[in-house]
Design a protein around this ligand. Structure first.
Ligand code: MSP
Length: 518
């Protein structure tokens, strides 16, 4: 397992700019944001990359439909994805656009490496291509609609393509890919997706067409600019562009490559788990350590997309429910990896029970009692009882548990474990009844409130990755200084006598009438 000072490099897919950002895109980036924030909290040096995929026929078509040239179109729409980072409070360290100069350089360099290593040859392609997926499909994969149109497995239309093309010798990598999956069981996750990839590769790989000549919007093939590089080879390369490739001696590349994690949706796993590792092996570049394919967020049973007209805008959700509430809900409600439904009802249930009742009330009750009964300062504890120690020990077990969960991208488990401590703290308040102790045994009351404040501090520090703003507010109210909010600082107990401000609730209840009024 990685140590605290190890670098951590996590990437999101780069998003096609023909779509405007919806909650599905936000979901992927949110997961990466939480990992990045957790690793930083744990003292690791983090690079968190996201960006936009701007080349290819699909984007070219959208630009044309918008009556714009592709460059000004992509300049404009990639801003929407930058803006998403503001809306969702994403902490990415870099934002890559595939139309940048650094990316052109990296793509041409990887192409040259592949040519030098005899991995690419000139031929001609004839077959089916889906612009929607930017993918080639075998005839056997297609289905015919009642009105005679042919569709790719994704439901996107295909068209017949016949043109000169460079090919990558993908077929030569089948056995080495299988051997790699076998030797590195954590490389692909979750397990069920890994099995799908393995059986796909076992089924046989054909050489892959990696250039097109019938459109211009992309990266020219070095020394043969009639050809434009296949948009997936271009797009996947972004992960190494961002760490300085082809300058493999640069400090960034040395620190961060191979990446710790490529997070992707299940729809694009094949590109990441088959093509990308094959390109990298063929170019003699180390492989990323792990690829995790999460499920889809479904709206009324369908994957969200602009074309289906069922996309939920992140800004609308945030405005309605609150930012940290949305961040919490998305990672808590759906076990990460599986498909999941999101709905107003389950959102409200989570907000009102987990956040407002369980954590919010706990904080508010404890802080108000301290403010009122302990001269608005963290009280001085006396000797700890077995019950006090049990609660504190349960909180102290969280960092190891969360490290393990986040290492496996098990967000829901990390949150579940944290909320077990929240529940234990709530039971402890009820059992110890500090409001009774106020009269009968003020010294014991001070100890109980101290133990609770301390437990809330652990919960708040460790929940910052998911709910940065709300947890910052809670830590402010506990009087925890800004420089003492990382995992290393947890071992240092709250200083008795630290003044605390008058508390105010961090998680308001969601009141249905207000929602109905708008
Ligand atoms: N441009 C490619 C990726 C290239 S990566 C080298 C692409 N872009 S995309 O914008 O169409 O989708 C990117 C990702 O958005 C998906 O893989 C998935 O992670 C996420 N999602 C899009 N819709 C989603 C849902 N409805 N639910 C969950 N995630 C979704 O593919």
């Amino acid at each position: 397992m990685a140590g605290p000072s190890d670098p951590y490099y996590v990437t999101t897919p780069i998003y096609y700019v023909n779509d405007s950002p919806h909650i599905g895109h936000a979901y992927t980036t949110l997961a990466c944001d939480v990992l990045a924030r957790f690793m930083r909290l744990d003292g690791r040096r983090v690079k968190f990359l996201t960006g936009t995929d701007e080349h290819g026929q699909k984007v070219e078509k959208s630009a044309r439909a918008a009556g714009k040239d592709p460059q000004s179109f992509t300049d404009e729409v990639s801003q929407n994805f930058r803006a998403l980072a503001q809306v969702m409070d994403f902490s990415n360290d870099d934002f890559i656009r595939t139309t940048e100069e650094r990316h052109l350089r990296a793509c041409q360099a990887i192409w040259r490496r592949l040519v030098e290593r005899d991995q690419i040859y000139l031929g001609s392609y004839s077959g089916w291509y889906s612009v929607g997926d930017e993918a080639f499909h075998a005839e056997s994969e297609l289905t015919r609609t009642p009105d005679g149109r042919l569709l790719a497995p994704s439901g996107k239309e295909v068209e017949w393509v016949e043109e000169p093309s460079y090919f990558f010798r993908l077929s030569a990598w089948q056995d080495r890919l299988l051997a790699y999956y076998e030797a590195n069981p954590d490389f692909l996750a979750p397990e069920s997706r890994r099995n799908e990839v393995v059986s796909f590769v076992r089924g046989g790989l054909k050489d892959l067409s990696v250039s097109r000549t019938t459109f211009r919007w992309g990266i020219p093939v070095p020394d043969d600019p009639e050809h434009i590089m296949y948009v997936w080879l271009d797009a996947l390369t972004n992960y190494i562009t961002a760490v300085g490739f082809p300058d493999v001696d640069s400090p960034e590349y040395r620190a961060f490559w191979p990446a710790d994690l490529h997070m992707v949706g299940k729809d694009i796993l094949r590109f990441h788990a088959v093509y990308w590792p094959a390109f990298l092996m063929a170019a003699n570049i180390p492989l990323p350590k792990r690829i995790f394919a999460h499920g889809w967020l479904l709206n009324r049973g369908e994957k969200m997309s602009k074309s289906l007209g069922n996309a939920i805008r992140p800004a609308d959700l945030v405005q309605r429910y609150g930012l940290d509430q949305v961040r919490y809900y998305l990672l808590r409600e759906v076990p990460f990896g599986a498909d999941g439904y999101i709905s107003h009802e389950t959102m409200v249930a989570r907000i009102n029970s987990d956040l407002a009742n369980d954590l919010g009330n706990l904080g508010q009750r404890v802080l108000s009692m301290i403010h009122r009964n302990c001269d608005a300062a963290i009280p001085t504890p006396g000797t700890l009882t077995a019950e006090d120690r049990a609660l504190l020990e349960q909180a102290a077990a969280l960092p190891a548990q969360l490290r393990a969960d986040y290492e496996m991208q098990a967000f829901h488990r990390a949150l579940e474990a944290t909320w077990e401590v929240v529940a234990a703290a709530n039971r402890y308040v009820d059992e110890q009844a500090p409001w009774v102790l106020r009269k009968s045994d003020p010294a014991r009351m001070a100890t109980v409130l101290y133990v609770l404040a301390e437990t809330i501090r652990w919960i708040a520090v460790l929940s910052q990755p998911v709910m940065p703003k709300a947890m910052a507010a809670l830590l402010d109210q506990l009087g925890v200084p800004a420089e003492a909010r990382d995992i290393a600082a947890l071992d240092e107990r709250l200083a008795a006598g630290t003044p605390i401000p008058k508390p105010s609730g961090v998680f308001p209840r969601f009141v249905e009438e207000e929602a109905a009024a708008d």
